[in-house]
Design a protein around this ligand. Sequence first.
Ligand SMILES: N[C@@H](CCC(=O)N[C@@H](CS)C(=O)NCC(=O)O)C(=O)O
Length: 216
Amino acid sequence: MSLILYGASLSPFVRKVRTSLLEKKLDYSMEMIIPRNQPDWYYQINPLGRIPALRDGEFEICDSAVICAYLDEKYPDTPALCGNTIEEKARIRWFEKYGDYELAPLATFTVFFNRALAKSMGLPSDEDAVQKALIKLVTHFDYLEQQLADNDYFVGNRFTLADIAIVTQWVNLSYGQEQLNADKWPKLVAHQQRVLARESLQVLKADETKMLARIA
Ligand SMILES: N[C@@H](CCC(=O)N[C@@H](CS)C(=O)NCC(=O)O)C(=O)O
């Protein structure tokens, strides 16, 4: 098996795939691709230039959601993260989409980008945009708190890609010096801590801390 993941460790989408790979105990190597500084050859793998992309032998595929679904189907003897029943699969896809398309524009592309990345790229930080994003995030925190109800995990009350897709956005939020308020969203904070305590995410945290220090 020769899995190569293309990307950079601070991307929430790359983290989603790396967490899946670690949870599945699939060996992989990582080839660094920095957003906005992609080499020309990378556009042959992903014409959009976005990270992550995955090479599995001769096969190449991009987009974190597509990659995670591929890994579940290609390696069925590893822990299933995308659900077992049709209903579970659909619910997990919903939370993944929610994380990727509702949370990411606020938590990652606005808070994380302006607070943690902009300076290292020689760009101004837009704190006004950050404040607006933090206000918009409240509705999402409320919804997700309600969706957890009394469960430990979002779908089927066991760890799935739904949990990875949501928590990966909270990681970027924390790199932008923002934390969920445990008084307002206690279930969501407990869920975040539960997920972040997993070995997979602990391993990644150690790696990401080094990268954060480099861009500080
Ligand atoms: N839907 C994509 C989103 C990937 C994405 O937006 N990646 C960002 C980094 S976090 C990127 O590569 N941006 C560079 C660009 O758009 O040129 C996925 O899940 O893989």
